[in-house]
Design a protein around this ligand. Structure first.
Ligand code: FAD
Length: 244
């Protein structure tokens, strides 16, 4: 009598012999593989505001006499930092036995996979910037974040909120280079724009400013001329005029 095949071989044979079971098994296998591929390729956002994370310096590029670009590796080449727009990270160092924390805004966004860059000006007497200048590839830093008082809301979301809460919320866009049928502001944001669209200075209002340096300077001057409290160089959450 011919020897019987082991049970596992007989099970495989019975699957192969039944087209319905074979089809179902193959479909399940393909779906599992697809799911695994999707999960393993989907970029992971590495920052977690509750956990201090370490990142290894992989490259240091001198930009000028006092400023360098520091490139830090993320755990996997597919990872992204995961910092929301308008927010920053804190670098934590220990200097003379004390924790010294300074904020930095990466110059790379969440489209960059596998690393993030910091561009830092070195102050000869500065604590953390001098510490960073002394780092060599292979050294690590400790990072906390995302940090930031506000999170950025995209324009499309602002327009949706205006439609939904028309009696409480208004949006006015001013474009330097508008399309032909543009109905809203054109050119620069001026004192007149602010006077027309912003609430008058009061204890229960807040202006949030964000933009390139020359625009920030113009608007800061305009808000001060209009009677709002002049903003500080580094804004606090309670400031009447808050600069990002
Ligand atoms: C949201 C945010 C984002 C930032 N992003 C960046 C960034 O991307 N890149 C970047 O380069 N910086 C950035 N900064 C600035 C950064 O956080 C640090 O302030 C900067 O690197 C200096 O830190 P430091 O520890 O080296 O210097 P510090 O030790 O704080 O000193 C800075 C300078 O001030 C002088 N100084 C310090 N204390 C005194 C004092 N009591 N009297 C007189 N002088 C003094 C020091 O001699 C030195 O020249 C950011 C800041 C914020 C708030």
């Amino acid at each position: 009598m011919a020897p019987r095949a082991p049970a596992s071989v007989r099970t495989v044979y019975s699957i192969l012999a039944d087209p319905l079971i074979l089809g179902t098994t193959c479909t399940a296998a393909v779906m599992s593989l697809g799911w695994y591929y999707y999960v393993s390729k989907k970029p992971s956002r590495i920052l977690d505001q509750h956990i201090t994370k370490k990142f290894k310096l992989v490259e240091k590029i001198k930009i000028n006499h006092n400023t360098s670009l520091y490139r830090f590796a993320l755990p996997k080449p597919t990872d992204v930092l995961g910092l929301p727009i308008g927010q920053h990270i804190s670098v934590i160092t220990t200097i003379d036995g004390e924790d010294v924390v300074r904020n930095y805004t990466p110059t790379t966004g969440n489209e960059t996979k596998g690393y993030f860059d910091l561009v830092i000006k070195t102050y000869p007497e500065g604590n953390v910037s001098k510490y960073m200048a002394g780092l060599e590839p292979g050294d690590s830093i400790s990072v906390q974040g995302p940090k930031g008082a506000y999170s950025y809301t995209p324009n499309t979301e602002l327009d949706r909120l205006e439609r939904q809460y028309a009696d409480q919320f208004r949006v006015h866009h001013t474009l330097a280079d508008p399309p032909t049928d543009w109905q809203q502001g054109v050119g620069f944001v001026t004192k007149d724009t602010l006077a027309a669209w912003m609430p008058a200075p009061a204890d229960d209002i807040q202006l949030l400013l964000c933009g390139p340096p020359s625009m920030m300077m113009d608007i800061e001057k305009a808000t001060t001329d209009l009677g709002y409290t002049p903003p500080r160089s580094v804004s606090k959450l309670t400031d009447q005029v808050f600069k990002f």
